[in-house]
Design a protein around this ligand. Structure first.
Ligand code: CP
Length: 291
């Protein structure tokens, strides 16, 4: 039984197959490969993109999807997460897709070895399907990402997208540099910059990240307009450089990325969302059909 807790669950060959399958699915609507399969989604944190993207991906492949809304579930009556999961597994799904605020939750459930567990975002530890769809978006643009340089900009320390992305993209041979004010910078051996201007001429990709106010125990900045003056990705900052601009969403407009930059063809935010469906189709095929 294979799980997706983070991308290190997949071999290099499996990642290449995922990229190939996602490309194939994008070019041509695939057959209903998962016609007899049933997935359960369990999102303990809010989601627009990931939850709906998994549902669209599953349905495009013919699978049925059941959502459990934790705010209306028996976890509210004190049932443990493990018991909730065991009860859902007693209904014999073909996989459970989970998002949770705790870093370890997907691994704890995966270790029960009852059904394939797919991590749809856990704490600040991992968001593997986002990392894989980001890789797909860059491979689609560049062909080969090896040797390309990506600057991750913003609230890196709070970001599971950054955590998974750093692990996957360095493994794929990319140069990753971190750009953030000191309170948003994680402990890392990667090159670190406080100012994007100091590295912008060396980067091929900028991945902007949202300031995750909900994960800060107390406000880090009084004024996010002041933060935006230094870190918002806008046309003045990028100029005419040939840089791909990514963001996992949700975007805080004019704090993370300006309105104008969001309309610029170099900005691939909605392409990432589109690609997310195809990459998740590929991931479901791999985990549920072992192919
Ligand atoms: N990128 C991402 O995880 O978005 P959602 O929180 O809307 O799922």
């Amino acid at each position: 039984m294979q799980h997706l807790v983070d991308t290190n669950n997949f071999s290099d060959k499996q990642i290449q197959n995922l990229l190939q399958d996602a490309e194939t699915f994008k070019a041509q609507c695939p057959p209903k490969l998962l016609r007899d399969k049933l997935l359960i989604t369990l999102f303990f944190e809010a989601s627009t993109r990931t939850r709906s993207s998994f549902e669209v991906a599953a349905k495009r492949l013919g699978a049925a999807v059941v959502h459990l809304d934790p705010s209306r579930s028996s976890t509210k009556k004190g049932e443990s997460l493990e018991d909730t999961f065991a009860n859902l597994c007693a209904m014999e799904p073909d996989g459970v897709i989970i998002r949770h605020s705790e870093n370890d939750t997907p691994k704890i459930l995966a270790d029960m070895e009852v059904t394939p567990v797919i991590n749809a975002g856990a704490g600040n530890y991992a968001h593997p399907t986002q990392a894989l769809l980001d890789l797909f978006t860059m491979v689609e643009h560049f062909g080969d990402v090896k040797g390309k340089t990506i600057a991750i900009v913003g609230d890196i320390v709070s970001s599971r997208v950054a955590s998974s992305g750093i692990r996957l993209l360095t493994r794929m041979g990319m140069n990753v540099v971190l750009v953030a004010p000191q309170p948003f910078m994680p402990q890392s051996n990667l090159p670190q910059y406080e100012n994007l201007e100091d590295v912008i001429d060396k980067v091929d990709v900028i991945m902007s990240l949202r300031a995750q106010l909900e994960r800060h125990a107390s406000p880090i900045f009084d004024d996010y307009d002041e933060y935006a003056k230094h870190y918002c990705i806008d046309k003045d900052r990028i100029g005419d450089r040939d840089i791909l601009v990514l963001h996992p969403g949700p975007v805080m407009r004019n704090i993370d990325i300006s309105d104008g930059m969001l309309e610029d063809p170099r900005c691939k935010v909605l392409e990432q969302v589109k690609n997310g469906v195809y990459m998740r189709m590929a991931i479901l095929k791999l985990l549920l059909l072992d192919s």
